[in-house]
Design a protein around this ligand. Structure first.
Ligand SMILES: [Zn+2]
Length: 104
């Protein structure tokens, strides 16, 4: 990985042309040790980097949807119903009326 960019006159690493070059220096590189590139070659390098980025983005799994925020409980929500306090179900009769005797 490069850590800085300089400008020097030199031979382009890619095409060998002599002239002004942008120089990409890695960690510990001294003058004339970096990768030198002329403008046309570095323009091509930039396009190549764009191509790689396009491929990377196209292949990357789609980002997960952000989780929905939990809803706040509605205010004014009715309280839980009070427990049943009526008579035991064994103490009350059936709500179904008894069958009337056949009219004679
Ligand atoms: Zn070049």
């Amino acid at each position: 990985m490069f850590e800085r960019i300089g400008v020097e006159r030199g031979h382009c690493t890619f095409c060998g042309t002599w002239g002004p070059c942008a120089v990409l220096y890695g960690a510990g590189d001294t003058a004339m040790q970096g990768v030198q590139g002329c403008e046309p070659c570095l323009t091509a390098v930039h396009k190549a980097a764009d191509l790689l980025r396009t491929l990377r983005v196209a292949r990357a799994p789609k980002a997960k949807a952000t989780p929905k925020k939990s809803r706040k409980p509605r205010t004014g929500q009715p309280e839980h119903a009070a427990p049943y306090q009526g008579p035991s179900k064994h103490e009350v009769g059936s709500l179904v009326p008894l069958a009337d005797p056949e009219p004679s």
